[in-house]
Design a protein around this ligand. Structure first.
Ligand code: ATP
Ligand code: BTN
Length: 263
């Protein structure tokens, strides 16, 4: 018996139950990898894999994602878009907006976004990472398929992590049932993904910036083997690029092998 019961989840999804096809697993290597294999075999858009445990959970830039059955929610959603991969550059930010809306609907306080793929919880003077988004795209002549992987800490992680991490339990006044959490996320994701498909990230940009942890603040961009680049973060543009004001002018930074840090 898995921690997510797909039948119970369907009742929580109410009117939107028909848009999702949820499979709950005890364990797998990575829900993104498992869903990718199923997509290659023709899984429909709206397929969701949620796993209690991942033996090889993956984060951005080849990092590992640590999770445990009791403390985490780890799942992936398959979605298809008509455009090419370049037209989806703001997708991870759009997904972040969906996560913020879902957390709001659960009564969570202090939720913020960090470019390009993190959900943070305000904690004292700083922030701790609550959730991460890993999107993997593949295109063919019909369009682009996105595997949207989300790892959410329900409880604060206990392992040794390079950055502070938090759990949803610290943001919510009442403990949230994992079925309610997953249903809220899927419902809000369906809305932002529909909006993204019809109008791109531009229609969600101001909402993203309202929740941006470092809007108009001093930040630095760290790239592998490069000197830190300081600047003031002006927010993001309609393509999801980060706008960094430096002495040389405003630079557009695309999600790549760089990390954003508070200055
Ligand atoms: P970057 O900041 O470079 O964009 P990131 O978003 O992957 O990268 P951070 O948020 O800075 O990373 O740091 C979090 C680090 O901790 C990452 O290496 C991430 O993969 C790792 N991590 C692994 N599991 C968890 C978890 N359950 N909660 C929070 N962080 C985790
Ligand atoms: C990050 O912050 O770097 C992204 C973390 C994404 C983790 C989730 S957990 C479910 C899905 N399966 C994976 O292997 N990764 C994503």
């Amino acid at each position: 018996m898995t921690l997510i019961d797909p039948v119970l989840l369907k009742t929580r999804l109410a009117d939107l139950a028909g848009r999702f096809d949820v499979d709950a697993l005890d364990a797998c290597d990575s829900t993104n990898s498992e869903l990718m294999r199923r997509a290659e075999r023709g899984a429909p858009a709206g397929s969701v894999i949620v796993a209690d445990e991942q033996s090889a959970g993956r984060g951005r830039r080849g990092r590992s994602w640590l999770s445990s059955a009791e403390s985490s929610l780890t799942f992936s959603l398959l979605w298809r878009f008509s455009g090419n991969a370049a037209s989806l550059s703001g997708l991870s930010l759009a997904v972040g907006v969906g996560l913020v809306r879902a957390m709001d609907s659960l009564g969570a306080q202090g939720i913020c976004l960090k470019w390009p793929n993190d959900v943070l919880l305000r904690s004292g003077d700083g922030y701790a990472k609550l959730a991460g988004i890993l999107i993997e795209l593949s295109s063919d002549r019909r369009g682009t398929q996105a595997i949207i992987g989300i790892g959410l800490n329900l409880l604060p992680p206990t392992g040794d992590l390079p950055q502070p991490a938090a759990g949803l339990s610290q943001a919510c006044p009442h403990p949230a049932d994992r079925h309610d959490v997953l249903a809220a996320i899927l419902v809000h994701l369906a809305a932002v993904l529909d909006s993204f498909a019809s109008a791109g990230f531009g229609g969600l940009k101001l909402e993203w910036q309202r929740h941006h942890a470092w809007q108009d603040q001093a930040v630095q961009i760290l790239g592998d083997g490069e000197a830190a680049k300081p600047g003031r973060c002006l927010g993001v543009d309609a393509d999801g690029a980060l706008l960094l004001e430096t002495a040389a002018g405003v630079e557009r930074i695309f999600s790549g092998d760089v990390s954003l840090r508070s200055a």
